[in-house]
Design a binder for this molecule. Structure first.
Ligand SMILES: *Cc1c(COP(=O)(O)O)cnc(C)c1O
Length: 378
């Protein structure tokens, strides 16, 4: 059994994907070719924003947003303590200071109460200016944008949606990657919409920021290729990756997103009485980048993971360490136990196999083995 079966997806979509790769090879337009523009239009329309600017990866997408807002030394950027490293790495790379916020126990997303506490602490200290809130749509579930927007407005801050795992999720029909002032996503192969290498995109309704980001991704390009008006980056999405995403995006919209939701529903039905299954708030829909259960303690979680491995079932711990405890962030001197919910989740979460091509038989096997293990240790 695969944790995320990308080869199975390729087998299903092989004719279209092979054709896309061959056409790109024959076209000669390897950089910023036709498929790039086509993909950007299709994604902007789907998400419901004016501009989509593709780039080299999801980390660069976040960096491009911070650069468009001129974030740098002296600025505080608030980010969940429970996320993938890249969400916070980009802040330090711009010379700004990451402030790690605790997450909500039920949704695993940034906690509005903890966020406001951390903002007030920074304001009281008076050394840094609160500038940006990075919300992460963890495991595919959009963050609490209603509450976060109110806080961003109150403190005059930008909201940057890290939708690397969130693409395809919705809140009352409004799509992820349209929920921030700027939103980003990643096309890393294992994300909800992946390519066959690295890729990413930035989304915004703001014309000025879109213009700056288009320039930044292409060496600070001005009116033509050898007119450089700002210090930029080399961060474009390869034409061949855009061409591969187009048929995958079609499958994503037509059935994959529905199929992962069906798979998640089956897991929850089978597991809800034995473990803590994912909580999806009223009006929200997840794109199920991960299906993550919670166990009672670290020993039980690690025991279950080892048992599943023996049964040939892969599972993952996303994430085993709070951001503020990462060696790379030791320079920020966070006291131990800073964000208690994050610490608790790092010890108790376990992500089970999840993808649109999972069969009901596979779901049954995974669910039965989880139940078997827990009935043995309880
Ligand atoms: C994967 C991921 C990123 C980074 O995306 P890359 O394309 O790998 O650079 C950023 N944030 C989150 C939450 C992610 O899961």
């Amino acid at each position: 059994m695969q944790f995320r079966d990308l080869v199975k997806q390729y087998q299903v979509l092989k004719p279209e994907i092979d054709k896309a790769m061959e056409e790109t090879a024959a076209s000669g337009g390897y950089i910023m070719g036709k498929a790039v523009k086509e993909l950007e239009s299709a994604l902007a329309e789907y998400v419901g924003v004016k501009h989509c600017i593709t780039c080299a990866n999801g980390t660069d997408a976040l960096t491009l947003a911070l650069k468009a807002w001129n974030i740098g030394p002296g600025d505080a950027v608030f980010v969940p303590d429970f996320t993938f490293f890249a969400s916070a790495e980009v802040i330090s790379n711009e010379g700004a200071t990451p402030v790690f916020v605790d997450v909500s126990k039920d949704t695993f997303n940034i906690c509005p109460v903890s966020l406001e506490e951390h903002i007030q602490k920074v304001v009281a200290k008076g050394e840094l200016t609160p500038k940006v809130i990075i919300t992460v749509d963890l495991y595919g579930l959009p963050a609490d944008y209603h509450a976060i927007r109110a806080i961003a407005d109150k403190y005059n801050m930008y909201m940057l949606e890290d939708g690397a795992q969130g693409f395809g999720g919705t809140i009352n029909g409004q799509r992820a990657c349209s929920l921030g002032d700027i939103s980003t996503t990643s096309f890393f192969p294992a994300k909800p919409l992946g390519c066959y290498g690295d890729g990413g995109a930035v989304f915004t309704n703001n014309d000025e920021w879109a213009g700056i980001i288009s320039s930044l991704r292409f060496h600070g390009k001005g009116s033509y290729k050898y007119d450089n008006v700002r210090i930029g980056m080399n961060s474009r999405l390869d034409t061949i990756q855009a061409a591969i995403i187009l048929p995958k995006f079609k499958a994503f919209v037509e059935y994959e997103l529905d199929d992962v939701n069906k798979a998640a529903g089956l897991f929850t039905e089978r597991l809800k009485d034995v473990v803590k299954t994912p909580f999806i708030p009223e009006g929200y829909r997840s794109s199920w980048a991960q299906y993550t259960i919670r166990l009672e303690n670290e020993e039980q979680r690690d025991g279950l993971q080892a048992y599943l491995k023996e049964q040939g079932i892969p599972s993952m711990v996303y994430y085993p360490k709070p951001m503020c405890e990462q060696t790379a962030f030791k320079y920020l001197n966070y006291p131990e136990g800073s964000n208690p919910t994050t610490i608790e989740l790092c010890k108790t979460v376990l992500s089970l196999p999840m993808h649109p091509y999972l069969t009901e038989k596979e779901i049954d096997k995974v669910a039965n083995e989880v139940i078997n293990y827990l009935s043995r240790v309880r």
